[in-house]
Write a protein that binds this ligand. Sequence first.
Ligand SMILES: Nc1ncnc2c1ncn2[C@@H]1O[C@H](COP(=O)(O)OP(=O)(O)OP(=O)(O)O)[C@@H](O)[C@H]1O
Length: 475
Amino acid sequence: MAELKRLSESRDLTRIERIGAHSHIRGLGLDSSLEARDASEGMVGQLPARKAAGLILQLIRQGKIAGRAVLLAGQPGTGKTALAMGIAKSLGAETPFASVAASELFSLDLSKTEALRQAFRRAIGVRIKEEAEIIEGEVVEISIDRPLSAAAGSSAPSGATAPGKTGRLTLKTTDMETVYELGGKMIEALGKEKVQSGDVIALDKASGKVTKLGRSIGRSRDYDAVGPHTKFVKCPEGELQKRKEVVHCVTLHEIDVINSRTQGFLALFTGDTGEIRAEVREQIDTKVAEWREEGKADIVPGVLFIDEVHMLDIECFSFLNRALENDMAPILVIATNRGITSIRGTNYRSPHGIPPDFLDRLLIITTQPYTEDDIRKILDIRCDEEDVEMSADAKVLLTKIGVETSLRYAIHLITSAALACQKRKGKVVEMEDISRVYQLFLDVKRSTQYLMEYQSQYMFNEVPGEADGDDTMQS
Ligand SMILES: Nc1ncnc2c1ncn2[C@@H]1O[C@H](COP(=O)(O)OP(=O)(O)OP(=O)(O)O)[C@@H](O)[C@H]1O
C-alpha cells in the first residue's frame, strides 16, 4: 500500500440519510449572542445546558479546547446525545459526529483500546482536494438503443441493465454542443440519478460518477413535473470539459478500512472492521501529513460522543488522557447518568465513576428533566420529522404519556401509532391509535410491574433491589 490507492473507492460511499433518533437536530438553536432560543434548529428547552454548550463552541472555534473534554451529566432522556449532536452540527455540515456507548467497546472481536482508537478516527474528518477532469453541461437528449434481442421479443425484463447496452448523450453549454457515446455502466449511472433532458449534470471522467447539479433555468417553464425542492441553475458557459477542484470529505477511519488489506470497504457498512494494523495507520497518518503540507488536505476535527462513560475502565481512561493530547484529537463529549460510583477496574469510588485526573480535564454541564411544555414541543418536532400527521387530541394524550413514562417512549410511539393508523387506512393519527400502541408496547414502569407480578414464572429471577441501580441520577 505505497499509495493510498483505494481512496477513490470512498467516493462511491453514499451516506445513507435516514430518519434517526436525532435527525431533527440541526444545531444548538442559539442566537448571535449565544443565548439559547426557546425552540430553534430542532432544539427545545434545556436552556442553561444549551447556553453552556454554546460557550464550549466558542472555545472550540478559538482553538482553546485542547486537552479538555465535556461531560454531560443528567438523567436518561434529557437530551445529552442531542446536545452533543447539536455541537457537531453547529461546527459545520462536514464535521463528523461519532457516537459510541462505552459498553460497546468491550467486545470479543476487538481490544478495548482498538475499539476506542477506531471511535476516535471515526470522529476525525479529512477534506481532500483533488483536480478532476469534469464534463459539465445541460442535457439536450439521452437516447438509449433498443437491444436487438428485445426487438426480437426476448423475455428479459425491460428495466434490466443489459451489459451491452449503448446509447448517446447530447450535452451543451452556452457555447457548444457535443454528443457522447454511452456504455452500459454510464447508462445505469444516469438512470440511477434519474437524469433527463433539461438537467444540468457533471460527469467525473475518472470515476464515471454522475452528479445532478440542478435543472436548467431555461427549462423552468417546461410542463414536466418538478418537485418543490428542485434547484434551478444556469446552463454552464464555455467548454464542456474542464478541470475543477473537487473536495471529498472522509474520516480517517474510512481511509483506514479502505486501505486495510484484510477488509474491503464494504466493512464500513457492516461495521465488521476487525483490528486495523498499526503500520496501516502509520502509513495513512504519514500520507495525510504529506497532503496537509502540500495543501491537498485539511483535518476537520469532529465530535466523539461516548455515552455511559461510567462503564469505561481505568485503562480506557488512561487511553483517553493520552488521546486528548494529540493535535488531531476530536472534541470529546462524554455522558453519564451515574452519581458517585466505583471506577471500573479499581476498588475506588468517585463522582460519575471517573478517575480524578480525568475529572480534572472536564467541563461539566448538567441536563434537567423536561417540562410538559418541552415534551409537547419535542413530540411536535418529531411528528414533523417522521412525516406523521397527528390530531391535537392525540398529541395531548401522547404528551401526557411522555410526562408519565419517558420522552423516549413517547417518541417511539409516534412511529408505531402511525403504522396502526395506516392499518385502519386512516390519514391522521388519532387518540385510538395512540391508545392501541400504548397497550401493545409496555413502558419500563409497566414492564417492571409485570415482571414483579409474574416473577415466579421467569428463570433466574433475582429479588428486586439487589441491582446496583442506587447510584443513578434517576429519581
Ligand atoms: N432539547 C431537545 N430538543 C429536541 N429534541 C430533544 C431534546 N432533548 C432530547 N431530544 C430528543 O429526545 C430523544 C431522547 O434524548 P437523548 O437520546 O438525547 O437523551 P440522552 O440524555 O442522551 O439519553 P440517555 O442517557 O438514555 O442516553 C432523542 O430523540 C433526542 O433527539
